[in-house]
Design a protein. Structure first.
Length: 181
């Protein structure tokens, strides 16, 4: 799906693909980056070893665990914005305070694609994937932490109960429809 459609005044607007574990952030983010001809950053790859060890052991992360990780992601987004480059990042961004921190790092211009769906769908996906440090047992803690971005600026919500190409198509259309800021 190499659409490569410009988004007019939003052409360098950074995008975070967000949601609970198992929603498809990486798959959607990679496809969005390909379609928009820009860089993709896998947020999970930026977790420090202590966070990965904690999650691998089935222990949910605290806010204190997440702040340095979010600051690293925010720094990379800020650097891209400063260079005038678009970037797509996968990051759970579960709480409004996390999203606000990321918005601040991007100078206020940041879009989110929120991948929304049922716990049952995400549980099934998490159990089917191999080689990821996040166990399905942490899904409940993810949903407990999630503050949906309803009513926040620059958010495109996409239901994941579609084929991957359909999710990406809806995300691209939603990004195109965001008001220029």
């Amino acid at each position: 799906m190499a659409v490569s459609q410009p988004l007019s005044e939003n052409s360098v607007l950074p995008v975070i693909v967000m949601g609970v574990s198992g929603c498809g952030k990486t798959s959607v983010g990679e496809r969005l980056a390909n379609a928009l001809n820009c860089r993709f950053i896998e947020g999970d790859s930026l977790h420090p070893p202590a966070n990965i060890a904690k999650m691998s052991a089935g222990i949910p992360l605290s806010d204190e665990d997440r702040w340095p990780w979010l600051d690293l992601i925010g720094g990379l987004i800020g650097e891209s914005v400063a260079r005038g480059e678009r970037v797509i990042v996968s990051c759970s961004a579960l709480k409004k305070i996390y999203r606000d921190r990321l918005r601040a790092a991007a100078g206020g211009r940041l879009a989110f694609v929120f991948l929304e769906g049922s716990r049952a769908v995400f549980d099934q996906r998490m159990k089917a994937r191999a080689g990821h440090f996040m166990p399905a047992s942490l899904l409940d803690s993810q949903f407990a932490t999630l503050e949906p971005p309803t009513g926040e600026p620059g958010v495109v919500t996409v239901d994941v109960d579609l084929p991957l190409a359909g999710i990406v198509e809806k995300a691209l259309a939603g990004l195109q429809d965001l008001p220029a800021r």
